[in-house]
Design a protein around this ligand. Structure first.
Ligand code: IMP
Ligand code: MG
Length: 181
């Protein structure tokens, strides 16, 4: 991987400190709940793995797969469920774990969809938000970092399925230059 073409925005150390803090907050807030953590694939898998290990509670877990982007960097606005949950969520205290809330269209679709399955409660945890793009009014309960209006990669976030394995959050400088031309 050519790191020269990637501008680091959030270091691995800052990510780690943030995830630890979020885990502490969630542990405190869900102490008396029946916590069911749902990771939104694929982008959340790295964050989810780290966050779960900072939650000191008996928690069940599941995943679902959504896509709205295809291989492009602009939201298509159309959300598709690629993979559904494996368990019912009725009566559970659901915590949705997402990599990034950008326009909010994906989370809005997901909240509407899961609400029909009658969870006891639903909360949203996202590592990143891009406030400048927000179109939907999403209640975010736990949020790590705000990022500027740039396409970000790493720590689970991809560009055309690459860069998920970067240990930090960065932006692709060469792609942005290409876009401007
Ligand atoms: P939204 O529907 O616009 O909020 O987009 C949400 C989904 O798009 C996220 O779950 C990500 O998977 C993806 N996404 C949005 N912005 C970025 C980005 O800057 N880098 C990588 N993926 C992104
Ligand atoms: Mg995602």
């Amino acid at each position: 991987m050519n790191h020269d073409e990637i501008e680091e925005l959030i270091s691995a150390d800052r990510l780690e400190a943030c995830v630890e803090e979020m885990g502490r907050e969630i542990t405190r807030d869900f102490a008396d709940a029946e916590l069911h953590v749902i990771g939104v694939l694929k982008g959340s898998f790295v964050f989810m793995a780290d966050l779960l290990r900072e939650i000191d509670l008996e928690a069940s877990t599941d995943f679902l797969g959504l896509s709205s982007y295809g291989n492009s960097r602009k939201s298509s606005g159309v959300v598709r469920m690629d993979q559904d949950l494996t368990m019912p969520i009725e009566g559970k205290d659901v915590l949705i774990v997402e990599d990034i809330v950008d326009t909010g269209l994906t989370m809005s679709y997901l909240l509407d969809n899961l609400r029909t399955r009658k969870p006891a409660s639903m909360h949203v945890c996202t590592l990143l938000t891009k406030p400048s793009n927000m179109e939907a009014d999403i209640p975010i309960d736990y949020q790590g970092f705000e990022v500027p209006d740039r396409f970000v990669i790493g720590y689970g976030l991809d560009y055309a399925e690459y860069y998920r394995n970067l240990p930090y959050i960065g932006a692709l400088t060469s792609q942005e230059t290409a876009d401007a031309q």
